[in-house]
Design a protein around this ligand. Structure first.
Ligand SMILES: *Cc1c(COP(=O)(O)O)cnc(C)c1O
Length: 371
C-alpha cells in the first residue's frame, strides 16, 4: 500500500545524518530536535502550540483529559473511523455517542450531529478521514452554540487546508480546541516508529496538554494532576525534521496519483471515485473508492493474485465491534457507515509511485470487471 523503502532512499543522506547526530549527542529523550520539530510543525500548520507525544492514540486521550471530560459524559464521534478515536473515549469512562457519516466524503453527517446533542454531551471528535477536512465551519458553529469542545482527529489529514466562507483558510487540526495527529510510519508525515502530536491555539490548554503528557508535572517530582507518560523520541523528532521539509511535495505526489486514479475510473459503472469536499484540500492518506454492482471482496482477492495490494478501511463500523456493543447500538443504527464497510476499497497510494506501476494497478482493477 505504501513504499517507505523508496521514500527513504530519496532522503537517506539527510535522515542518516540526523539520526547519527542524536546517537552522537545521546540526548535520546527531549533532545533539542524535539523542540525544533514542534516549532517547525507549528510554523507549518499555523497552530500556536504544538505538543509532541508518543502516538496519535495518546494524543486523543491527553486531549480529552486536558479538556476535563468526566466519566459518564458523552462524546460525539463518527462510527466510520479507526478504533483509536473511540477507544480512548471508552478508556476514560466516557460514552461514545456514535453518528453516521456522509456517503460521498465519508465525514460525519452534520444533520446527525445536531440530532445527537443532548444534556450529557461534552465534546465532538470530527475525524478528517482519508485526508480531507470535515465540515469544520458547521461543526464549530454547532459546538459554540451548545458549549461543546471540539477535538479534531487529524491522524490522516496533516497538511489539508480548510476554507471558511469568509475566505479564511486554516489547516486540519488547528481549528478546534485541540487537534491530534499521528506520525505512524504509513501516515502522510510518518516517522520510523511511533509518534504523535497535539495542536492548540489556547495557551492555558497548551500548558495542560504538556503537563498531562509529562506525568501531570510542571516541575520535576511535583504532580499537579494525574498524567501519563507520552513522549516523542528524539530520534523520531530528528527524522520528522527532515521529512516535514518534504511534506508539501509528498502531498503533491499523492494528489497526482489520486488524479490518475480518478481519470481512469471516473466513468466506470462499478467504481465510484472519492468525492472531494468543496471547502477542503485533500492530502489523500488513502485513495478509497466504492465498489457497486460487483463483489468488492472478489476484486480484492483478484488483485492479490495479480500482486496488487488493496485494503478495506474499515470492514466493521465501530458501533458493531464486539468491544463496543455494550454501548447499545445494533445493525441498522447507522446504515450509511454499515453500507460503506461493504463497499469501500483503498488502492495503493504513496509518494514514490511510478506511472508504470500505477498503470499496472489500474489495468488489473479494470480487468476484474470484464472477466
Ligand atoms: C492512525 C490513526 C490514529 C492513531 O494513531 P496511532 O499513532 O497509531 O496511535 C487515530 N485516529 C485515526 C483516524 C488514525 O488513522
Amino acid at each position: 500500500m505504501v513504499d517507505l523503502g523508496s521514500q527513504y532512499s530519496q532522503i537517506k543522506i539527510e535522515v542518516d545524518e540526523a539520526i547519527q547526530q542524536v546517537l552522537t549527542t545521546t540526548a535520546f529523550i527531549n533532545g533539542p530536535q524535539v523542540k525544533e520539530f514542534s516549532d517547525s510543525l507549528a510554523t507549518y500548520t499555523g497552530a500556536r502550540y504544538v505538543i509532541p507525544c508518543a502516538n496519535g492514540t495518546d494524543a486523543l486521550q491527553i486531549a480529552m483529559m486536558a479538556l476535563d471530560f468526566q466519566p459518564g459524559q458523552e462524546v460525539i464521534v463518527p462510527t466510520f473511523t479507526y478504533v483509536a478515536t473511540v477507544e480512548v473515549i471508552a478508556l476514560l469512562g466516557l460514552k461514545p455517542k456514535f453518528i453516521d457519516v456522509l456517503p460521498g466524503t465519508f465525514e460525519l453527517n452534520p444533520q446527525e450531529l445536531e440530532k445527537a446533542i443532548g444534556p450529557n454531551v461534552v465534546g465532538i471528535v470530527p475525524v478528517h478521514l482519508y485526508g480531507q477536512c470535515s465540515n469544520m465551519e458547521f461543526i464549530l458553529e454547532i459546538a459554540r452554540k451548545n458549549g461543546l469542545k471540539v477535538i479534531e482527529d487529524t491522524a490522516q489529514a496533516i497538511g489539508a487546508e480548510y476554507a471558511f466562507s469568509d475566505g479564511r483558510k486554516m489547516q486540519a487540526g488547528t481549528m478546534g480546541d485541540v487537534g491530534t495527529t499521528s506520525f505512524f510510519p504509513s501516515k502522510n508525515l510518518g516517522c520510523y516508529g511511533d509518534g504523535g502530536a497535539m495542536f492548540t491555539n489556547d495557551p492555558d490548554l497548551a500548558e495542560k496538554l504538556r503537563m498531562i503528557a509529562n506525568h501531570g508535572q510542571k516541575r520535576k517530582y511535583h504532580h499537579d494532576s494525574i498524567g501519563v507518560n507520552s513522549r516523542l523520541d528524539t530520534i523520531q523528532a530528528a527524522i520528522l525534521n527532515v521529512k516535514l521539509k518534504h511534506l508539501d511535495r509528498y502531498s503533491a505526489s499523492r494528489n497526482q496519483v489520486a488524479d490518475r486514479y480518478d481519470e481512469a475510473f471516473r466513468n466506470h459503472p462499478n467504481i465510484q471515485i472519492p468525492e472531494r469536499a468543496s471547502n477542503s484540500t485533500h492530502v489523500f492518506h488513502q485513495y478509497t473508492v466504492k465498489i457497486q454492482g460487483a463483489s468488492r471482496d472478489g476484486l480484492k482477492d483478484y488483485l492479490q493474485e495479480k500482486g496488487v495490494p488493496s485494503m478495506v478501511y474499515y470492514p466493521v463500523p465501530l458501533h458493531l465491534q464486539k468491544a463496543y456493543l455494550a454501548f447499545g447500538y445494533k445493525t441498522g443504527s447507522f446504515p450509511v457507515a454499515e453500507q460503506l464497510c461493504e463497499q469501500v476499497l483503498s488502492f495503493p497510494i504513496h509518494t514514490e509511485m511510478l506511472k508504470e506501476d500505477q498503470e499496472y494497478i489500474i489495468q488489473s482493477i479494470i480487468s476484474y470487471f470484464s472477466k
